[in-house]
Design a protein around this ligand. Structure first.
Ligand code: FAD
Length: 385
């Protein structure tokens, strides 16, 4: 494991303490009430977490993407709803504006997004499909004078309907390319724009203190200047955004996997059966050894992907491997941790029950495990056989 430099380690410890002292005592209640934790998010904003990888000139902390990953890991050790709120806001909401936006778009949005005063969202998935994005996309944007007119709908969009949601990047078909495939562009749609409707929150299996909604656009008009970057670059933009996002989701998954280890190490010392703490029994010890092994190897995988990303080296395959390995680790650890807790593992008052419900989506969101395998196989040159 590479040793973290002082700045990274200070950040890691700060977020670890925040998660333990501020998030852990209250988040279970928010989760049960399916309520968005505005005050926790406000405090995360005040700490600068939403601006970690954004330069200071845009109101951020001037750190990098690995710093964001460390923060996500520490938050997810305690709770994944707050972690995904941060991940989606930064990785999917703010970073595309920073990477591809015009000076005016950056000036308008980044200071508020970096401060956590406004949340960003990214609308790619549609009711008709998320894995095959061009094939499933029906949302269109037509240029009418100096306005885009958007029609269509989006499914499962994180952070899209909170009281502080500021802007959604909407991927839409804006024409046809020379090869007959759809031309896809990203258009920034501020919350509250007429014709842009946000449905009520989904009832979800997990991530219950996070905000996920269906969006619909009916003759929704925004200025032509809301086009993000160049027309027709939407597909390339979201491929890059998702490569980075997979490293972030891998970090979040490692956090959940580590949280399972943390909880079990405590519990197996206390819980007695047949005259011993249950941690005395090798069957339990081996389970925890396997959990630790998965967490450790998954962490190495995301550190490696992040290192290549920050060095400007190709990292698509490494990001897919990190996401695949770490979401498996999260899922396996959550199942084992719940087993170790016995009946209490099935009770919502214990964090492992929450971990169990939160783990599954990690094998689905920002590219399913099948999609990660497709990407890895493609990078190995197997796509054109
Ligand atoms: C809580 C939550 C939050 C989300 N947040 C966002 C967000 O903020 N923004 C956003 O744009 N999206 C978001 N999503 C959507 C998410 O990224 C998609 O659900 C995911 O990409 C899968 O797409 P799908 O659900 O349409 O499944 P489908 O694409 O319909 O896939 C169904 C199944 O078929 C498999 N499959 C598909 N193609 C193949 C193939 N060629 N070979 C083998 N198997 C295949 C898939 O792996 C999957 O198992 C979110 C989803 C959830 C549940």
């Amino acid at each position: 494991m590479p040793k973290l430099g002082d700045e990274y380690e200070d950040l890691r410890k700060t977020v670890e303490a925040f998660a333990r002292d501020v998030v852990a005592p209250v988040i279970g209640d928010f989760y049960e009430r399916e309520e968005f934790p505005y005050d926790i998010v406000r405090q995360m904003g005040a700490m600068g977490l939403f601006g970690l990888p954004i330069p200071e000139e845009h109101g951020g902390m001037g750190g990098d993407y690995f710093a964001l990953c460390l923060a996500l890991e520490e938050l997810a050790r305690v709770d994944s709803s707050v972690a995904i709120t941060l991940e989606a806001a930064v990785s999917l909401g703010a970073m595309p504006i920073y990477r591809f936006g015009t000076d005016a778009q950056r000036a308008e949005w980044l200071p508020r997004l970096a401060a956590g005063e406004a949340l960003g969202a990214f609308g790619l998935t549609e009711p008709g499909g998320g894995s095959d994005v061009p094939g499933g996309m029906r949302t269109t944007a037509v240029l009418d004078g100096d306005e885009w007119v958007i029609n269509g709908s989006k499914a499962f969009i994180t952070n899209s309907g909170t009281d502080i949601t500021g802007v959604v990047g909407v991927a839409a078909i804006t024409g046809s390319r020379a090869d007959g495939r759809p031309e896809i562009s990203t258009i920034l749609v501020p919350s509250g724009t007429p014709g842009f409707t946000v449905s009520k929150k989904y009832s979800k299996v997990g991530w219950n203190a996070s905000d996920t909604r269906e969006l619909s656009f009916s003759d929704c008009r925004v200025p032509s200047a809301n086009l993000l970057g160049e027309r027709g670059r939407g597909y390339a933009q979201f491929l890059q955004t998702l490569d980075e996002g997979r490293v972030a989701i891998a970090a979040l998954s490692v956090g959940l996997a580590q949280g399972c280890v943390d909880e079990c190490l405590r519990y197996v010392r206390e819980r007695q059966a047949f005259g011993h703490p249950i941690g005395h029994y090798q069957a339990i010890q081996f389970k925890i050894a396997d959990m630790e092994t998965r967490t450790h190897t998954a962490r190495l995988a995301y550190y490696h992907a992040a290192e290549r990303m920050l060095a400007g080296e190709p990292f698509k395959k490494e990001a897919a491997i990190a996401k695949l390995v770490s979401s498996n680790a999260a899922m396996d650890n959550a199942r084992d941790a719940t087993q170790i807790f016995g009946g209490y593992g099935f009770m919502n008052e214990y964090p492992v029950g929450r971990f169990y419900r939160d783990a599954k989506i990690l094998e689905i969101g920002e590219g399913t495990s099948e999609v990660q395998r497709m990407l890895i196989a493609r990078e190995l040159g197997l796509a054109d056989l």
